[in-house]
Design a binder for this molecule. Structure first.
Ligand code: AMP
Length: 209
Protein backbone atom coordinates (compact mmCIF):
# COMPACT_ATOMS: atom_id res chain seq x y z
CA UNK A 1 0.00 0.00 0.00
CA UNK A 2 1.26 3.48 -0.86
CA UNK A 3 -0.02 6.53 0.95
CA UNK A 4 2.28 9.28 -0.07
CA UNK A 5 2.67 12.77 1.35
CA UNK A 6 4.66 15.40 -0.54
CA UNK A 7 6.54 18.02 1.45
CA UNK A 8 8.42 20.95 -0.01
CA UNK A 9 8.37 24.69 -0.49
CA UNK A 10 5.61 26.09 -2.67
CA UNK A 11 7.13 25.96 -6.16
CA UNK A 12 9.45 23.03 -5.35
CA UNK A 13 7.73 21.08 -8.11
CA UNK A 14 5.85 18.72 -5.81
CA UNK A 15 2.57 19.44 -7.63
CA UNK A 16 4.08 18.51 -10.99
CA UNK A 17 5.64 15.35 -9.56
CA UNK A 18 2.55 14.19 -7.72
CA UNK A 19 0.35 14.76 -10.78
CA UNK A 20 2.72 12.75 -12.96
CA UNK A 21 2.87 9.92 -10.42
CA UNK A 22 -0.88 9.91 -10.04
CA UNK A 23 -1.36 9.63 -13.82
CA UNK A 24 1.26 6.97 -14.47
CA UNK A 25 0.23 4.68 -11.63
CA UNK A 26 -3.41 5.62 -11.46
CA UNK A 27 -3.24 6.68 -7.82
CA UNK A 28 -5.78 9.12 -6.40
CA UNK A 29 -4.12 12.47 -5.70
CA UNK A 30 -5.42 15.42 -3.72
CA UNK A 31 -3.90 18.89 -3.81
CA UNK A 32 -5.52 20.83 -0.96
CA UNK A 33 -4.54 24.09 -2.68
CA UNK A 34 -6.36 23.02 -5.87
CA UNK A 35 -9.34 21.89 -3.79
CA UNK A 36 -9.57 25.31 -2.14
CA UNK A 37 -9.23 27.14 -5.47
CA UNK A 38 -12.02 24.95 -6.86
CA UNK A 39 -14.13 25.74 -3.81
CA UNK A 40 -13.71 29.47 -4.54
CA UNK A 41 -14.86 29.06 -8.13
CA UNK A 42 -18.09 27.50 -6.96
CA UNK A 43 -18.65 28.85 -3.48
CA UNK A 44 -20.01 31.94 -1.85
CA UNK A 45 -20.56 32.77 1.82
CA UNK A 46 -18.51 32.88 4.98
CA UNK A 47 -16.42 29.79 4.41
CA UNK A 48 -15.47 30.83 0.89
CA UNK A 49 -14.62 34.33 2.14
CA UNK A 50 -12.41 32.86 4.84
CA UNK A 51 -10.57 30.65 2.33
CA UNK A 52 -10.25 33.50 -0.17
CA UNK A 53 -8.60 35.83 2.33
CA UNK A 54 -6.20 33.12 3.55
CA UNK A 55 -5.08 32.25 0.02
CA UNK A 56 -4.74 35.82 -1.15
CA UNK A 57 -2.63 36.69 1.92
CA UNK A 58 -0.58 33.47 1.85
CA UNK A 59 -1.84 32.30 5.25
CA UNK A 60 -2.96 28.77 6.08
CA UNK A 61 -6.66 27.96 6.09
CA UNK A 62 -7.86 26.61 9.46
CA UNK A 63 -6.87 23.04 10.36
CA UNK A 64 -10.52 22.08 10.88
CA UNK A 65 -11.72 23.22 7.49
CA UNK A 66 -8.69 21.75 5.74
CA UNK A 67 -9.22 18.38 7.40
CA UNK A 68 -12.87 18.40 6.27
CA UNK A 69 -11.64 18.69 2.68
CA UNK A 70 -9.09 15.90 3.14
CA UNK A 71 -11.51 13.60 4.95
CA UNK A 72 -14.24 14.03 2.35
CA UNK A 73 -11.83 13.50 -0.54
CA UNK A 74 -10.28 10.36 0.94
CA UNK A 75 -13.57 8.91 2.21
CA UNK A 76 -13.91 6.58 -0.76
CA UNK A 77 -10.23 5.87 -1.20
CA UNK A 78 -9.45 2.59 0.56
CA UNK A 79 -6.27 2.03 -1.34
CA UNK A 80 -3.38 4.23 -2.33
CA UNK A 81 -3.39 8.01 -2.30
CA UNK A 82 -1.13 11.01 -2.73
CA UNK A 83 -1.44 14.23 -0.75
CA UNK A 84 0.12 17.38 -2.16
CA UNK A 85 0.04 20.29 0.27
CA UNK A 86 -1.28 18.41 3.30
CA UNK A 87 -0.26 18.29 6.11
CA UNK A 88 1.22 21.80 6.40
CA UNK A 89 1.80 22.00 10.17
CA UNK A 90 2.33 19.66 13.13
CA UNK A 91 -1.29 19.70 14.19
CA UNK A 92 -2.41 18.61 10.71
CA UNK A 93 0.25 15.88 10.70
CA UNK A 94 -1.08 14.54 14.01
CA UNK A 95 -4.66 14.65 12.71
CA UNK A 96 -3.57 12.68 9.65
CA UNK A 97 -1.78 10.10 11.85
CA UNK A 98 -5.05 9.41 13.64
CA UNK A 99 -7.12 9.36 10.47
CA UNK A 100 -4.86 7.40 8.16
CA UNK A 101 -1.05 7.54 8.48
CA UNK A 102 1.07 7.92 5.35
CA UNK A 103 3.45 5.12 4.34
CA UNK A 104 5.94 7.37 2.51
CA UNK A 105 6.79 11.04 2.82
CA UNK A 106 8.72 12.69 0.02
CA UNK A 107 10.61 15.90 0.66
CA UNK A 108 11.31 17.77 -2.57
CA UNK A 109 14.37 19.67 -1.45
CA UNK A 110 15.27 23.01 -2.99
CA UNK A 111 16.85 26.32 -1.93
CA UNK A 112 14.59 29.17 -0.93
CA UNK A 113 16.32 31.57 -3.38
CA UNK A 114 15.61 29.35 -6.38
CA UNK A 115 12.00 29.09 -5.31
CA UNK A 116 11.41 32.82 -5.39
CA UNK A 117 12.39 32.98 -9.05
CA UNK A 118 10.38 29.89 -9.88
CA UNK A 119 7.22 31.24 -8.31
CA UNK A 120 7.42 34.69 -9.84
CA UNK A 121 7.90 33.03 -13.27
CA UNK A 122 4.99 30.65 -12.91
CA UNK A 123 2.10 30.95 -15.39
CA UNK A 124 -1.07 28.91 -15.67
CA UNK A 125 -3.41 27.92 -18.50
CA UNK A 126 -6.69 27.97 -16.60
CA UNK A 127 -8.77 25.64 -18.75
CA UNK A 128 -6.18 22.88 -19.20
CA UNK A 129 -4.46 23.39 -15.84
CA UNK A 130 -1.09 23.28 -17.62
CA UNK A 131 1.69 25.15 -15.83
CA UNK A 132 4.54 27.03 -17.48
CA UNK A 133 7.49 28.98 -16.18
CA UNK A 134 8.70 31.96 -18.16
CA UNK A 135 12.31 31.22 -17.08
CA UNK A 136 12.41 27.43 -16.94
CA UNK A 137 9.70 25.99 -19.19
CA UNK A 138 8.33 28.86 -21.32
CA UNK A 139 5.51 28.39 -23.83
CA UNK A 140 6.46 28.53 -27.53
CA UNK A 141 4.68 31.84 -27.89
CA UNK A 142 4.92 34.41 -25.08
CA UNK A 143 1.92 34.35 -22.76
CA UNK A 144 -0.01 31.73 -24.77
CA UNK A 145 -0.69 28.07 -23.92
CA UNK A 146 0.89 25.67 -26.47
CA UNK A 147 -2.01 23.26 -26.18
CA UNK A 148 -5.15 25.38 -25.97
CA UNK A 149 -4.01 28.76 -27.36
CA UNK A 150 -5.51 30.50 -24.34
CA UNK A 151 -3.84 33.40 -22.60
CA UNK A 152 -1.72 32.41 -19.60
CA UNK A 153 -2.48 33.86 -16.19
CA UNK A 154 -0.60 34.25 -12.95
CA UNK A 155 -1.96 32.82 -9.71
CA UNK A 156 -3.04 35.73 -7.54
CA UNK A 157 -0.87 34.41 -4.69
CA UNK A 158 2.23 34.32 -6.92
CA UNK A 159 3.02 38.01 -6.32
CA UNK A 160 6.33 38.86 -4.58
CA UNK A 161 4.74 39.92 -1.25
CA UNK A 162 2.47 36.89 -0.97
CA UNK A 163 5.26 34.57 -2.11
CA UNK A 164 7.45 35.87 0.70
CA UNK A 165 4.66 35.22 3.20
CA UNK A 166 4.09 31.68 1.85
CA UNK A 167 7.81 30.92 2.13
CA UNK A 168 7.83 32.19 5.73
CA UNK A 169 4.80 30.04 6.55
CA UNK A 170 6.55 27.02 5.05
CA UNK A 171 9.76 27.60 7.00
CA UNK A 172 8.02 28.20 10.31
CA UNK A 173 5.00 25.89 10.17
CA UNK A 174 5.70 23.15 7.64
CA UNK A 175 9.43 22.52 7.89
CA UNK A 176 9.13 20.93 11.38
CA UNK A 177 7.32 18.06 9.64
CA UNK A 178 10.63 16.99 8.14
CA UNK A 179 11.80 15.90 11.62
CA UNK A 180 8.41 14.52 12.52
CA UNK A 181 8.46 12.09 9.59
CA UNK A 182 12.20 11.47 9.79
CA UNK A 183 11.69 10.15 13.30
CA UNK A 184 9.05 7.79 11.99
CA UNK A 185 11.57 6.51 9.43
CA UNK A 186 9.36 7.19 6.41
CA UNK A 187 10.95 10.37 5.02
CA UNK A 188 12.75 10.23 1.66
CA UNK A 189 14.44 13.29 0.21
CA UNK A 190 14.84 14.01 -3.50
CA UNK A 191 16.57 16.98 -5.07
CA UNK A 192 14.11 19.41 -6.63
CA UNK A 193 16.50 21.59 -8.62
CA UNK A 194 17.02 19.15 -11.50
CA UNK A 195 15.16 18.73 -14.79
CA UNK A 196 11.58 17.54 -14.25
CA UNK A 197 12.27 14.06 -15.73
CA UNK A 198 15.31 13.55 -13.54
CA UNK A 199 13.38 14.51 -10.42
CA UNK A 200 10.63 12.12 -11.50
CA UNK A 201 13.03 9.22 -12.04
CA UNK A 202 14.57 9.79 -8.61
CA UNK A 203 11.09 9.93 -7.14
CA UNK A 204 10.13 6.56 -8.60
CA UNK A 205 13.40 5.08 -7.42
CA UNK A 206 12.99 6.15 -3.79
CA UNK A 207 9.40 4.91 -3.82
CA UNK A 208 10.44 1.56 -5.28
CA UNK A 209 8.25 1.99 -8.39
P1 AMP B 1 -0.86 25.60 -2.61
O1 AMP B 1 -1.50 25.57 -3.95
O2 AMP B 1 -0.56 24.22 -2.07
O3 AMP B 1 0.35 26.51 -2.56
O4 AMP B 1 -1.93 26.22 -1.59
C1 AMP B 1 -2.47 27.50 -1.79
C2 AMP B 1 -3.08 28.02 -0.52
O5 AMP B 1 -4.13 27.15 -0.09
C3 AMP B 1 -2.14 28.10 0.67
O6 AMP B 1 -1.36 29.27 0.66
C4 AMP B 1 -3.13 28.08 1.84
O7 AMP B 1 -3.78 29.33 1.99
C5 AMP B 1 -4.17 27.07 1.34
N1 AMP B 1 -3.81 25.70 1.75
C6 AMP B 1 -3.43 24.67 0.94
N2 AMP B 1 -3.18 23.56 1.65
C7 AMP B 1 -3.38 23.89 2.96
C8 AMP B 1 -3.27 23.19 4.19
N3 AMP B 1 -2.87 21.90 4.24
N4 AMP B 1 -3.58 23.86 5.33
C9 AMP B 1 -3.99 25.13 5.31
N5 AMP B 1 -4.09 25.86 4.19
C10 AMP B 1 -3.80 25.25 3.01
Amino acid sequence: MKRIVFLGYPGSGKGTQSTQLSKEFNIFALSTGDAFRQMLKEGKGDVADQVRSCISEGRLVSDELTFEVVKNSLANENNDWILDGYPRNLNQAKILEEFCPPTDVILVDIDEEIIFRRLTGRRLAKSSGKMYNIYLSPPKKDGICDETGEELTQREDDTPEVIQKRLDVYRIETEPLVNFYQEKGILRTIKGDLAIDKVYNNLKEVLGF
